[in-house]
Design a protein around this ligand. Structure first.
Ligand code: TYD
Length: 257
């Protein structure tokens, strides 16, 4: 672990992040706030998958389709999505928290998630909006879970951060690790890899299998989409899954295309 004087910038950011966590943690977990309910509740869709899966392209395309049908779609991402969470994002992706271990990183992802859920996701769902989120709690299960964090700690952090909130649909975009990493390298260009993308290929393979295990365990919530297909074909598969999960969209639709 670096000494305090070695990287003061990283420590300041980490300290800010931990203070944000402390503030948002207070009073949580005593009651389960429950999922946002009621007929006017919006719909919560998350996108998950390994590096270079094409999530950001597909999430934008889904937002466009929903908007064309008159739905109010909010596009967001994790870690980040709200101002407090963006500070934590920087700490995590720069690798500043890596030396503290996988459990500390899991706590920081949870800290970012609390801010994001409280300030953006829950209010948007209560206002009847569609929330499309690029990564969410399954990424903690997969990345920190395969990184050695105990499932019990992950469950506890999830209870605190989500307070009963659950995605209505999770689209897991699946593709072989080598293809995803090659795509991510092209997208990144000359920029450095982030802390998680830089991991060894075997670790990425474990993550892929962990996403598939979540999909197998929760088939009513998750749909696995073949990410090796063309962007148009992936978009069509995503749309088919969304229509299947939300029959109310059918009334706003012509024949499938
Ligand atoms: P990002 O630049 O958003 O990449 P991607 O396009 O792959 O989504 O980086 C987010 C990284 O953080 C990604 O490598 C996955 C990782 N991550 C976790 O390890 N745990 C989490 O809970 C979340 C949300 C992301």
């Amino acid at each position: 672990m670096p000494g305090r004087g070695e990287d003061p910038g990283a420590f300041t950011a980490l300290e800010q992040a931990l203070r944000a966590f402390g503030r948002s943690y207070r009073g949580r977990g005593q009651d389960d706030a429950g999922d946002v309910s009621g007929a006017t509740r919006g719909r919560f869709v998350t996108f998950e998958g390994g590096e270079g899966a094409g999530k950001s392209t597909q999430i934008s395309r889904l937002a466009r389709r929903l908007t064309a049908l008159g739905r109010d779609a909010l596009l967001t991402r994790e870690p980040g999505g709200s101002s407090g969470a963006e500070i934590v994002r920087h700490v995590l992706l720069s690798g500043a928290a890596r030396a503290f271990g996988s459990d500390a990183e899991a706590m920081l992802f949870a800290a970012a998630r609390i801010d994001h859920v409280d300030r953006l996701i829950r209010p948007a769902l209560e206002a009847g909006r569609w929330v499309l989120c690029d990564r969410f709690a399954d990424s903690t299960r997969v990345y920190q879970g395969t990184g050695g964090t105990d499932p019990g700690l992950i469950d506890a952090l999830e209870r605190i951060a989500l307070e009963g909130l659950k995605p209505d649909l999770t689209l897991i975009i699946d593709l072989p690790v080598e293809i995803g990493l090659a795509r991510a390298a092209v997208r990144r260009g000359a920029a450095e890899t982030d802390r998680f993308e830089a991991d060894h290929v075997e670790i990425h393979e474990r993550r892929r299998q962990a996403f598939l295990a979540i999909a197998a365990a929760e088939p009513e919530r998750c749909a696995v989409i073949d990410g090796t297909a063309t962007p148009d074909a992936v978009e069509a598969a995503v749309w088919a899954a969304v229509r299947g999960r939300f029959p109310e969209l059918a009334s706003a639709l012509g024949p499938p295309h």
